[in-house]
Write a protein that binds this ligand. Structure first.
Ligand SMILES: CC(C)(COP(=O)(O)OP(=O)(O)OC[C@H]1O[C@@H](n2cnc3c(N)ncnc32)[C@H](O)[C@@H]1OP(=O)(O)O)[C@@H](O)C(=O)NCCC(=O)NCCS
Length: 381
């Protein structure tokens, strides 16, 4: 049987089909300047690649901008934007899958998601593009592409890492795509869970995927109030209040420490091994913490995901005995400072619609709703 996902898996798609861009030819070496330029690119992320053209062609090089689908020793595959250069690569614009010889790459880098609507840095990205970016800020331990959809699994640790990211076209008729996803999760002995997004207040039944899932007996939120409606909030890093001389010291560490993990595990369920893999699985992340002066214990934490042009905030938490002492605001100020200093003008985070206190906190700092999402699951799951 033809496996539709086989060609589209962001990490596991084969590199042998759909020959495309012409080039001078593979050098045979796996340590060329082109290999080094492409080694750090994020699979699943948006990249720009300057590529050497065949000898004798009029132009010496051309640029490809688009999603990096796969990479092996010799090639990279990019779903490159075609036509309308300068239109910003908005969602829905035509793409062509190109296979590029790594040795012929002149330069390459990760770039932020495209702008597709008017607004400032935190407003002009589409919900689809922001969902794809956020998904890279919280990586599952296993992922499988189904056209544009992404099937994610991480031993049940968090809905985000164990659900279908419904974006774009699944490359199959809808019913078959849902069948495929259900079978994939059944193979992982896990319930099928779908993450569906839309504008603020969107009606699940009015979206074709939502409608099809409701028809199959799926329920919005899958019986969990915190999954019924999740808000995606964004702000400019420039608008986050700066740290002051009064601010409590915030520790920022690229490594996940046992103490940070203990504070995290004290307030939510974790899956040993998998939780660490998810927390450390993004293209970049920082673990922030605040310690109580008296007890020396960690009483406030957050995780910052680092992307081109964007920062993500995950797992912000302050011990109940230490709330309303500006610990969370100070941690967010520290994240804002790191973001500003590292060319990340926009910040995102996700907060459950039933977390009134959390929403009040974020709104107070100037974060506003970009869009919403919900999870759909069969009630018995
Ligand atoms: C939300 C949370 C992180 C806030 O931490 P905190 O250190 O108490 O927050 P701060 O002291 O910095 O609060 C700054 C401002 O946010 C607002 N705020 C904070 N908690 C609030 C609450 N429970 N209700 C209403 N407003 C609140 C207030 O305006 C507050 O200023 P004020 O104390 O001068 O009135 C904390 O309550 C918490 O850990 N909750 C559980 C986890 C969670 O919900 N995390 C965020 C979801 S992503």
């Amino acid at each position: 049987m033809h496996d539709p996902a086989a060609e589209t898996g962001p990490e596991d798609g084969p590199l042998g089909d759909r020959e495309n861009a012409s080039a001078a030819g593979a050098s045979g070496s796996t340590d060329t300047a082109g290999h080094r330029a492409t080694a750090g690119l994020t699979v699943g992320g948006r990249v720009v690649v300057r590529y050497r053209l065949e000898e004798g062609s009029d132009a010496g090089a051309t640029d490809f901008v688009g999603e990096l689908v796969a990479r092996n020793d010799d090639f990279i595959i990019v779903d490159a934007r075609v036509g309308g250069a300068g239109q910003g690569g908005a969602s829905g614009q035509a793409t062509e899958r190109v296979k590029l010889i790594r040795a012929d790459v002149i330069a390459a880098k990760d770039v932020p998601p495209p702008a597709s609507q008017p607004g400032r840095a935190h407003e002009r990205v589409s919900a689809d593009e922001l969902e794809k970016l956020m998904s890279r800020g919280w990586q599952p331990t296993e992922r499988k592409g189904l056209g544009d959809w992404v099937l994610r699994s991480a031993s049940g640790f968090t809905g985000r890492a164990n659900s279908v990211l419904v974006v774009g076209d699944p490359s199959l008729p809808l019913d078959k795509a849902i069948d495929y996803a259900e079978a994939w999760y059944a193979g992982h002995e896990a319930p099928a869970l779908f993450q569906l997004h839309g504008p603020t207040g969107f009606e699940v039944a009015e979206q074709p995927v939502g409608h099809a899932l409701l028809e199959r007996g799926y329920a919005v939120g899958g019986g969990r109030p915190d999954w019924t409606r999740v808000l995606v909030l964004t702000a400019l890093s420039a608008q986050v209040p700066p740290l002051t001389t009064e601010s409590v010291p915030v520790n920022a560490d690229a490594a996940l420490s046992p103490e940070w993990l203990m504070a995290y595990a004290a307030q939510r369920s974790v899956v040993p091994g998998t939780t660490e893999a998810v927390l450390t699985g993004s293209e970049g992340q920082l673990f922030l913490s605040v310690r109580d002066e008296a007890s020396k214990k960690v009483v406030g934490i957050a995780r910052m995901a680092i992307h081109p042009g964007w920062a993500g905030i995950f797992g912000l938490w302050v011990h109940p005995d230490h709330r309303r002492h500006s610990i969370a605001s100070t941690i967010v100020s520290a994240i804002g400072m790191v973001a500003r200093e590292n060319n990340m003008p926009a910040i995102y985070l996700q907060v459950s619609g039933d977390n009134a206190d959390g929403i009040a906190f974020w709104n107070g700092l100037g974060f506003r709703t970009h869009h919403e999402y919900t999870y759909l699951a069969k009630p018995e799951a």
